[in-house]
Design a protein around this ligand. Structure first.
Ligand code: HEM
Ligand SMILES: *[C@@H]1O[C@H](CO)[C@@H](O)[C@H](O)[C@H]1NC(C)=O
Ligand SMILES: *[C@@H]1O[C@H](CO)[C@@H](O)[C@H](O)[C@H]1NC(C)=O
Ligand SMILES: *[C@@H]1O[C@H](CO)[C@@H](O)[C@H](O)[C@H]1NC(C)=O
Ligand SMILES: *[C@@H]1O[C@H](CO)[C@@H](O)[C@H](O)[C@H]1NC(C)=O
Ligand SMILES: *[C@@H]1O[C@H](CO)[C@@H](O)[C@H](O)[C@H]1NC(C)=O
Ligand SMILES: *[C@@H]1O[C@H](CO)[C@@H](O)[C@H](O)[C@H]1NC(C)=O
Ligand SMILES: *[C@@H]1O[C@H](CO)[C@@H](O)[C@H](O)[C@H]1NC(C)=O
Length: 532
């Protein structure tokens, strides 16, 4: 079964993989990838945790540790269980299981720390494994590194993977074999270790046989760093190694058995490390490729999306509510790679069901920024009078699709328009009967002539292994049509009659074999009180 946003229509049939708005999963992945800081409509402020790059939220400043380093190590350890022969393991968030995390090969609290932070971005379209991948990408990009192509669609394991993370006391043959099993050549192994170990270091408390107590007030958790710039992506890991000045505890550690970086970096006569030391550019581009390979190493059968690129113009939080005789259309549009510009004029145009069109000027609503301010976006609300308020439309003619004109230039997805689904929506007659017990009535307005197979509430839940699942609660088809106005009829659910109680939900409907879901999370106790 296809799955669409409630505001979507049947537009993706002709294209194979291209990202056409609306596409709930791609819209959500694109948002979490690119709307990192700033504008209020989107939830992901996860990159705050790597701004500044020496931030370590679990200890004071000068701990010597950083969230950025934890995130990168976590992703590697989650991926390193991959067996490229049988396709098992890989980046699938199996590291979240205590049974995997407490193995000797996964010693340290960085994994638990990471899971607590990075999993804040998950939702029904962004898995825990996607969130771990984004953690690497944000850490590297925000801290001086190259941009890394991001694909979404990872699935989360339902049990721990087989062990397989390399440890420092292994010999070089064992490491070469381990990386080969993970899908990386010896040269790629040297690269991936150098790319990872440009961040962070080894902690005394975790590896007392590798690092002594340091008595260093700038490294209170006794972390001996891999290079002198341990919260910055740069090629110092290579220049310091080649020049012989390195303090890397896995190169110049007092016990040669655990000097794994020394054996790995030297395993091709230093050729790869020389090339990295000679060229920061080569180091950055190699690391961008290898980090992308690392996060895209997933169990067989998982199908990743194409690389997510930002839509130049993207509608967001688009929603419809039937309020009496008015169809309220609300939302925003994001203009990528643009800053505030008072002289810019943005118009929104729309088509209705009666060959009619509409035209309004949009209001500037704010800016957002991503990747330490490298990218910015300007946001406009659908109504310029009050940028966050809806536009009132005539329910009889409804709305089919949007397009936009920015300083005279038409943006309509190559003629497709931005489809809007007005076949069903929340009715403002929905009401709340208070919080204790939490109850009320949800009224869904269904457009006359549209004949949904089902209308239901969607509640976000977690399954027994922490994955997000959607529970659907059917709204019974009314035995007799209950007119909302001349164009819509109501389907209602009295929540007191339900044995599940929930505060927030979306509304879903199945129309002509396609499942739709409303964009914005609805909140039962935000509805007007029910008149008794
Ligand atoms: C043979 C392969 C590897 C070995 C033996 C190894 C070993 C280690 C050890 C012993 C630590 C110290 C952990 C602690 O004290 O908490 C460490 C830290 C780290 N490793 Fe590796 N590593 C390997 C490969 C990689 C790879 C491929 C990456 C990423 C691409 C990576 C990323 C990191 C990062 C970012 C840290 C710092 C963690 C922090 O400071 O919190 N490592 N590694
Ligand atoms: C990887 O999978 C192959 C095929 O199932 C198996 O023979 C091999 O032992 C596995 N490797 C490891 C390290 O488990
Ligand atoms: C060096 O490390 C290895 C592996 O951890 C250990 O077995 C050995 O006892 C250590 N040697 C010394 C001299 O501490
Ligand atoms: C590689 O570089 C290290 C550090 O400068 C040096 O100690 C080692 O001898 C070099 N190995 C080779 C094979 O040149
Ligand atoms: C962003 O906009 C600037 C100025 O309009 C343009 O020069 C630049 O190429 C754009 N960058 C991207 C990545 O689109
Ligand atoms: C929309 O309205 C503006 C004036 O408010 C007008 O300049 C513009 O041409 C109209 N655009 C379309 C496509 O109708
Ligand atoms: C914009 O919002 C204001 C206030 O809610 C409303 O009066 C006005 O009619 C709206 N404009 C359009 C074009 O719907
Ligand atoms: C829901 O049903 C209960 C009885 O089961 C009734 O008391 C209540 O008034 C109904 N609520 C609404 C909003 O219709």
């Amino acid at each position: 079964m296809l799955f669409h946003s409630a505001l979507g229509a049947l537009l993706l049939i002709s294209t194979t993989n291209a990202y056409i708005w609306p596409s709930p999963q791609l819209d959500a992945l694109e948002a979490v990838r690119f709307d990192q800081l700033g504008f209020t409509v989107l939830p992901s402020s996860i990159s705050l945790f790597v701004s500044p790059c020496n931030l370590f939220v679990f200890a004071g400043a000068n701990s010597g540790r950083s969230d950025a380093a934890d995130w990168i190590r976590t992703a590697y350890h989650d991926m390193a269980t991959h067996n490229s022969t049988d396709g098992t393991g890989g980046l699938d968030a199996s590291i979240r299981f205590p049974a995997e995390r407490t193995r000797t090969e996964n010693i340290g609290d960085g994994f638990a720390n990471t899971i607590g932070i990075v999993f804040q971005v998950i939702n029904r379209y962004v898995s825990m494994a996607d969130a771990i991948a984004l953690g690497v990408i944000f850490a590297v990009e925000n801290c001086g590194g190259p941009e890394i192509p991001f694909r979404g669609g990872r699935t989360d394991a339902d049990e721990p993977n087989a062990p397989g993370v390399p440890e420092p006391q292994e010999n070089i043959d064992s490491h070469v074999a381990s990386f080969a099993r993970q899908g990386f050549t010896q040269t790629e192994m040297i690269g991936l270790v150098a790319c990872g170990h440009t961040f962070g270091g080894v902690q005394h408390s975790v590896f007392p046989d590798i690092v002594n107590v340091l008595n260093d007030p700038t490294s209170t958790e006794d972390v001996a760093h891999f290079d002198s710039t341990f919260v910055t992506f740069d090629n110092n890991i290579a220049t310091e190694y080649i020049s012989g000045t390195t303090q890397n505890p896995l190169v110049v550690g007092f016990n040669d058995t655990t000097n794994s970086d020394k054996r790995i970096f030297g395993s091709d006569g230093n050729a790869t490390m020389h090339s990295f030391a000679d060229s920061p550019k080569l180091f950055a581009s190699t690391c961008a490729d290898l980090f992308a390979r690392m996060v895209d190493t997933v169990p067989t059968g998982v199908k990743l999306t194409d690389v997510i690129t930002p839509l130049p113009l993207k509608p967001a939080s688009v929603d419809l509510v039937l309020n009496g005789d008015i169809l309220q259309l609300s939302g925003f549009v994001r203009l990528w790679n643009m800053t505030e510009d008072p002289s810019r004029v943005v118009h929104m145009l729309w088509d209705d069901h009666a060959q009619g069109t509409g035209n309004t000027t949009m209001g500037f609503a704010g800016t957002s920024s991503a990747t330490h301010g490298k990218h910015s976006a300007a946001w406009y609300g659908f109504n310029d009078t009050v940028p966050h308020s809806p536009i009132g439309l005539d329910p009889a003619t409804g709305i089919k699709s949007l397009s936009f004109v920015v300083n005279g230039k038409l943006e309509d997805q190559g003629g497709l328009g931005f489809a809007v689904q007005d076949g069903y929506m929340l009715s403002a007659t929905s009401c709340s009967m208070g919080n204790n017990p939490l109850t009320g009535r949800v009224d869904v307005a269904v457009r006359n002539g549209v004949n949904p197979t089902r209308v239901y509430l969607e509640m976000t839940n977690h399954d027994s292994v922490g994955r997000i699942v959607i529970t659907e609660i059917d709204i019974p088809r009314p035995p007799q049509p209950v007119a909302a106005d001349s164009a819509y009829s109501l389907w209602s659910l009295n929540m007191s009659d339900q044995n599940v109680v929930f505060l927030t939900f979306n509304i879903g409907a199945e129309i002509d074999g396609v499942k739709y879901s409303t964009t914005n999370l609805l909140r039962l106790n935000s509805f007007a009180p029910c008149s008794q």
